[in-house]
Design a binder for this molecule. Structure first.
Ligand code: WT7
Length: 667
């Protein structure tokens, strides 16, 4: 899996037209899995009573709760106030001075962790590297000096466009060390996307690799950067890390080799003492209209929540080998590949390449060889593994695993069950973590030693996180009534604004429900207070007066034995208001024919009810996805309605898939 940019359907649209009557939830999942006793016994939080106590205390006095977590970090100067809140602008730990790189790396220099592995890296071709915390400290300090010599000052923006190599982590941490604001751009993006992001953030420097490997071939990243920076007046220098053996063109005065500069740099550098609210990074996520939004996160609040949520949700211990398969180009990579793990002194695994290279068992082979204990991946990857077949998984010894995680989309209960049975061998709790680029850290998730899980729900909010499901007038929904997911109180790792555009920030997140942050997601809360995400509100469809979350219909389809993946969209219909069109990818051994179409329709009718029966089913060899694996339902909607796609397709990963999805005659 690589993780990618949001599609239009992942944005709050702030359009009142969408906020209509309530949403009918039709999911009837009843299975429940208590945490294994052995897991609970050694967990940081080992019972629901303990969780409830923490939650209640945090709800009663959030500032004391967050301050307690913040105490655990190194502060050059302690804060004056925990929270200053003028809706919708927050200042957390104001008056304090700290440095997140110091807390992630330097603090380990005076303990045994100095020689502990920080990063276990594996390249796509099988090459391996290990960086201890001590070595990471040395490299980050040197690269911080490189940045300083190149004239980077606190507050300057630095764009980073690199493949998944340890130097990407080093570059990110070095920026934080000198107070520069990093802007990581996923290495799968085009020159145009780089230009847009660099110009919006007015980045002074670009750090890139000469190239990156993907499924056995090399992509020349430097060439893409050359093309991008023709139109970026703010960029003064490009630093190029040599990864491949291919020749790239270097421009005098502008381009510098990473190794040349590192060769000259000293390995001692004092971290800059920055204010708590000093900007830490900008990360772009695309909007439904207009240019991508630069989500701005600041230092101290982000640090406190990224670190503490990592500790509790992943129940991290010093012995763990933790693997997050996301790319650092996405928020998951920022919070739970770099900052969360390092702030906790954990050992993380970083893999450069594709999950199916050279074969479909690459992940399971890695888990066995490194004895990975915690795996954090995405539903799209899980569904791809299901499709590839169990034997790729079961031929490897996965007994080291003790905890599994998922993020990015609602996980279909059947995919959850497969993850639980085949990968977790029924002994690993699954943490289904709900959050967003904007939230900076996990908001809703089980505590793995405490929370009984149910397939398909992210369960309960973390202590200090006040989420609710509300009607369009902001009043809380009843149990099991579908509505809009909001966050009622500020939290430390919340976005501070959209870079350079306060107006858009206010309109997108704060205009729909007074004084509450609108997530853009539809959800329901069940009788246990568990949150079931029903997808983006833009993906809610109205059929015969019932508003249905398309993800629920998709889950019903995926629970049929023949189905690997499904996407459901609506098409205007004179009679029903809307009719449902399902795009279905079958498991390899199944053939799409009329009989199967009928069988799928009946299956949905049985699982949900006749109202949710798709009116049309189209067979899809593949579905149009963003590079992070999110299905681009907007394109499918266009296809279902007009049989062609006119909208923006720049974030689409594989253009070929659209061709196969046009009208199909019943065979
Ligand atoms: C949107 C945010 C947060 C890291 C990756 C995505 C969806 C995310 C879940 C989950 C159901 C989920 C939501 C959310 N989403 N996690 N566990 N269950 N839906 O970050 O690109 O900012 O996307 O992803 O719709 O709003 P992002």
């Amino acid at each position: 899996m690589a993780t990618d940019e949001k599609t239009s359907s992942n944005q709050p649209t702030a359009s009142p037209a969408l906020i209509e009557e309530s949403i009918s939830s039709v999911m009837t999942e009843k299975r429940k899995f208590p945490p294994p006793v052995e897991f609970s016994n050694s967990a940081h939080v080992s019972s629901m009573e303990e969780y409830e106590k923490l939650y209640a205390a945090a709800a009663e006095d959030p500032e004391t709760y967050w301050a307690g977590l913040a105490e655990q970090f190194h502060w050059f100067k302690k804060w004056d106030s925990v929270l200053e809140w003028k809706t919708p602008y927050a200042k957390w730990f104001n008056g304090g001075k700290t440095n997140i790189c110091y807390n992630a790396v330097d603090v380990h220099m005076n303990s045994w962790r100095k020689n502990k592995a920080a990063i276990l890296w594996e390249g796509e071709e099988g090459d391996q590297r290990v960086l201890t915390y001590g070595e990471l400290h040395r490299q980050v300090s040197k690269f911080a000096n490189v940045l300083k010599i190149a004239g980077i000052k606190p507050g300057d923006r630095v764009a980073i466009y690199m493949g998944m190599v340890p130097e990407l982590v080093i570059a990110v941490l070095a920026c934080a060390r000198v107070g520069a604001v990093h802007n990581v751009i996923f290495a799968g993006f085009s020159a145009h996307a780089i230009t847009e992001r660099v110009n919006d953030s007015r980045a002074k420097m670009v750090i890139c690799c000469d190239g990156t490997r993907r499924r056995g071939s090399t992509i020349n990243l430097k060439k893409i950067v050359d093309e991008a920076i023709v139109n970026t007046p703010s960029v003064r220098n490009v630093i190029v890390l040599k990864v491949t053996s291919e020749t790239v063109s270097m421009h005098d005065g502008m381009d510098h080799w990473w190794h040349d500069l590192m060769g000259l740099a000293m390995d001692v550098s004092e971290p800059v003492e920055v204010d708590s609210e000093h900007p830490l990074f900008v990360l772009y996520t695309s909007g439904s209209t207009g240019k991508p939004k630069g989500i701005l996160h600041t230092t101290a609040g982000y640090m406190v929540h990224a670190a503490s949520s990592f500790k509790y949700v992943f129940d991290i211990k010093d012995e763990d080998i933790y693997w997050c398969t996301a790319d650092v180009g996405w928020i998951t990579g920022h919070s739970y590949m770099v900052y969360g793990p390092l702030l906790n002194g954990a050992t993380l695994l970083m893999y450069e390449g594709a999950p199916n290279y050279p074969q479909w068992d690459r992940f399971w082979d890695i888990i066995n060889r490194y004895k990975v204990t915690i795996l954090y991946t995405a539903p799209t990857a899980i569904r791809a593994f299901i499709r590839a077949g169990n034997e790729w998984v079961t031929k490897h010894d996965l007994s080291s695993l003790r905890l599994l995680g998922t993020v990015g989309e609602p996980i279909n209960p059947e995919a959850w069950m497969w993850y639980h049975r085949v990968v977790g061998q029924e002994k690993c709790p699954i943490v289904d973590t709900w959050w967003q680029t904007e939230t900076g850290g996990i908001m809703v998730s089980p505590f793995p030693g405490a929370t009984p899980t149910k397939p398909g729900t992210a369960t309960r909010p973390l202590p200090g996180i006040m989420v609710d499901v509300v009607r369009k007038d902001g009043v809380s929904c009843n149990a099991n009534e579908g509505g809009y997911l909001v966050i009622k109180k500020p939290w430390p790792s919340m976005l501070r604004t959209i870079y350079g555009d306060n107006e858009r920030y206010e309109k997108t997140y704060w205009s729909e429900f007074n004084d509450m942050y609108f997530t853009g997601d539809g959800a329901r809360k069940d009788e246990d207070g568990y949150i079931w995400i029903m997808g983006r509100v833009d993906d809610v469809v109205n059929v015969s007066g019932h508003r249905l979350g398309t993800s629920e219909v998709e889950s019903a389809l995926v629970s049929h034995e023949a189905v690997a993946e499904a996407a459901v969209v609506s098409r205007p219909d004179d009679i029903k208001g809307n009719s449902l069109v399902a795009f279905v990818t079958l498991k390899d051994e199944y053939e799409g024919d009329m009989k199967l179409r009928e069988s799928l329709r009946n299956h949905v009718a049985k699982e949900i009810g006749p109202i949710a029966k798709p009116d049309e089913i189209r067979w899809a060899k593949g579905l149009p996805k963003t590079r992070s694996g999110k299905i681009m339902r907007r394109l499918l909607r266009e296809l279902a309605t007009s049989n062609e796609v006119k909208g923006d397709v720049t974030t689409l990963e594989d253009f070929g898939v659209l061709e196969n999805l046009r009208d199909q005659e019943d065979e």
